[in-house]
Design a protein around this ligand. Structure first.
Ligand code: UDP
Ligand code: MG
Length: 312
């Protein structure tokens, strides 16, 4: 069967949101009068979401479950959804209903106008801590500045992508994925539409600070060498200071001044440089570790159960 729209929702312990998600997505999609499928990717849930997904799939043939062998993380869950999707347009949506399914018709309209990526920009966000808002805002701006790809500000993964874009994304098998960056990188005709991001319907965020930090690191290392260049900059900066300091100290000594004498000065200089060197080593390590992960070439995710037909 030819499918027009694929909706992908990654699910990690979202049992209290699933029925509502299914209900709202079905309502919107049925009103659009095109064929559609809802791919629910269970990312190693342990709260009974898995059983619920199977049940939904039994009741409604639009629902296609992809069930992971363990938790692989949000970005990989969405990746699996993309791999299994069959639609001419693919929509990625969070399962906690922070992204309103009711926005899909507007996205589809833009797609029909010829845009190949329609991303949703969070004009307002409800029910989130100031810490999350602040770190998120900082993160988007930092990424925008230092990466070579112009990744739209304040846009999450909630977006519609044309089949052409999805096929390119599916051919990019990098492990440490930052999907919104990848979908900006591919090019094509892109446009943003604004929406109000609602509060989570039920449950807790599945993105603690640790995961947010990982995602930010993946975004930065996948799309820029900036951290490595910072190390180079610090190298030149320290060497520059040293070169300037030598004649100054010679002059001070010759004129009998006691300034910059003693251990404290030496200690500070050594600790400072030692610190900078260790940080640079750590940064280098981040890149090398990622290189190592790519070299191992393990599968991106492991599925326990998946629909027979995939998009490819
Ligand atoms: N999620 C997932 N695997 C994870 C963490 C999150 O599949 O390891 C899913 C989660 O179920 C939700 C989406 O990713 O559908 C976004 O997560 P969340 O709402 O917790 O993030 P936030 O909106 O707080 O940034
Ligand atoms: Mg959420």
């Amino acid at each position: 069967m030819k499918i027009t729209y694929s909706i992908i929702a990654p699910i990690y312990n979202e049992k209290d949101n699933l029925h509502e998600l299914h209900r709202r997505v079905s309502e919107v999609m049925n009103s659009m009068g095109q064929t559609w499928e809802l791919i629910l990717v269970d990312d190693g849930s342990s709260d009974g979401s898995t059983e619920l997904i199977r049940e939904l799939a039994k009741q409604d043939e639009h629902v296609r479950p992809v069930i992971f062998a363990r938790n692989f993380g949000h970005q990989l869950a969405v990746t699996a959804g993309l791999d299994y999707s069959r639609g001419d347009a693919v929509i990625i949506i969070d399962a906690d209903l922070q992204d309103p399914p009711e926005l899909i018709p507007q996205m589809a309209e833009k797609w029909q106008e010829g845009y190949e990526v329609v991303y949703a920009v969070r004009a307002e966000r409800e029910g989130e801590s100031w810490f999350k808002l602040w770190t998120a805002s900082l993160f988007y701006r930092l990424i925008y500045r230092i990466t070579d790809v112009k990744i739209p500000l304040d846009a999450g993964d909630f977006r519609l992508m044309d089949r052409k874009v999805v096929n390119v994304m599916n051919s990019m098998r990098e492990r440490h994925r930052f999907l919104r960056g990848m979908s900006a990188w591919v090019g094509f005709k892109q446009i943003g539409i604004e929406y109000k991001r609602a509060a989570r319907k039920a449950g807790e965020t599945k993105y603690p600070f640790r995961k947010m930090f990982r995602l930010a690191l993946n975004a930065i290392t996948s799309f820029s060498y900036f951290p490595l260049q910072v190390a180079t900059f610090f190298g030149f900066f320290s060497a520059g200071i040293a070169i300037l300091a030598i004649p100054v100290v010679i002059y001070l000594r010759a004129s009998g001044s006691q300034a910059f004498f003693g251990q404290a000065t030496t200690l500070i200089a050594v600790l400072f440089l030692g610190g900078v060197q260790l940080i640079s080593l750590g940064i280098l390590g981040e890149y090398i570790g990622r290189l190592y992960d790519e070299a191992k070439d393990r599968p991106l995710y492991i599925v326990r159960e998946a629909p027979e037909e995939s998009g490819q």
